[in-house]
Design a protein around this ligand. Structure first.
Ligand SMILES: *Cc1c(COP(=O)(O)O)cnc(C)c1O
Length: 370
């Protein structure tokens, strides 16, 4: 048995005819950049999330950069985000010339909390980027309230949370702006790079359409310093097909996650992910915390099970951010948990039998090691 971390081939086998006919249509129209497929996707994705506008772009990192630029964030500004996220979040902050300010995640859910954001606010704070990590939504109501009180822009990083809900509302519908990545392995993934920004503010929407396409409201007039980061037609066609399956796929992920929880609940060495009762995660990743993490990964690999680490080194300890002057213990939760994090395989087409195989082997290995 070989269990991949994510098996995109199995998914393709289920939707191949739909994908092929969507590709054909784009090719017939030769609408390779933006075009009808992209417009259709922008409209349906905005409706699905519950935001006024969706602006497609080249990838998730660009979505974050464009959102920051739309909000005029740049040199001299501070942007608060979490120490445990994918590097793209803070990378975007530096790309616009602003300074990332990290905070420690919550011990139970591993998400950002409003209390820690509040402590990190300074006179230079212009924005906060809550990251809906692993598919679970940050509790947004207290963060939005705090941001209103301090006149701070909120940009959700929803790259891991397509369809996730918090008190009935979807990730991407709370902030002033929200960013999605459609990297192939995400819950909603293209067959290449793609991304989008969502907003219900029409001024931001208009600005974003200019910023992603040479600052041009029409072909020959350039009215702002901009960039080229457009959604490509073939990727939009894939996303249109896959959006129709997303809720069903997210339900399957929830079934796999429930199976993991049930089978691992009596194994005290395995710390299971904490879920807030008002949250409905979409389980982009299923991350547990275990002792002897690296040995476990190696032994699981020998038994045919792929695993991942999200993320092995907290951002405040990454060489690229040495100039920010953080010490490892500045964020004790991120620092102490990084060596324990282990991501188990999860994808919608994974069977319960495969899930049980992962759990049985993990338990056996733990018994050998502890
Ligand atoms: C994937 C991801 C991104 C970046 O997306 P790309 O499309 O790869 O640029 C940003 N933030 C988080 C949390 C992600 O997981």
């Amino acid at each position: 048995m070989r269990i991949r971390f994510v098996d995109l081939k199995r998914q393709l086998d289920n939707i191949r005819p739909e994908i092929e006919s969507a590709f054909d249509q784009v090719m017939e129209n030769t609408a390779f950049i933006l075009g009808p497929a992209a417009r259709e996707f922008e409209q349906s994705f905005a409706e699905f999330i519950g935001a006024g506008h969706c602006i497609g772009c080249g990838n998730g990192t660009d979505a974050l950069v464009l959102a920051l630029r739309a909000a005029d964030i740049g040199p001299g500004d501070e942007v608060i985000t979490t120490a445990n996220t994918f590097v793209a979040t803070s990378e975007a902050v530096r790309l616009v010339g602003a300074k990332p300010v990290f905070i420690d995640p919550d011990e139970g859910t591993y998400l950002m909390s409003a209390e820690k954001v509040e402590k990190a606010i300074s006179a230079d704070t212009r924005a906060v980027i809550p990251v809906h990590l692993y598919g679970q939504t940050v509790d947004m109501a207290p963060i939005m309230e705090l941001a209103r009180d301090h006149d701070i822009i909120v940009i959700e990083d929803a790259a891991q949370a397509h369809g996730a809900k918090n008190r009935g509302n979807r990730a991407g519908s709370f902030g002033d702006l929200a960013c999605f990545s459609f990297y192939p392995g995400k819950n909603l993934g293209a067959y290449g790079d793609a991304g989008a920004i969502l907003t219900s503010n029409p001024e931001f929407a208009e600005k974003l359409r200019l910023l992603r396409d040479h600052g041009a409201p029409d072909k020959y007039h350039h009215i702002v310093d901009a960039h080229n980061s457009r959604l490509d037609g073939l990727q939009a066609a894939v996303l249109n097909v896959k959006l129709r399956h997303l809720e069903k796929w997210n339900d399957s992920r929830r079934r796999i996650a429930a199976h993991y929880m049930e089978q691992l609940k009596d194994t005290p060495e395995v710390k299971l992910p904490g879920v807030e009762p008002f949250n409905e995660p979409v389980w982009h990743l299923f991350v547990v915390r275990v002792p002897h993490r690296d040995e476990i990964r190696e032994l699981m690999n020998e038994r045919g099970i792929d695993t991942g680490i999200h993320y092995p080194v907290a951002l405040h300890e990454q060489p690229v951010y040495k100039d920010l002057g953080y010490a490892p213990e500045d964020f004790p939760i991120a620092h102490r948990n990084a060596p324990l994090l282990l991501s188990l395989p999860i994808f919608p087409e994974m069977t319960e039998e495969e899930c049980s195989y992962v759990c049985d082997n993990l338990k056996e290995i733990l018994e050998e090691l502890t």
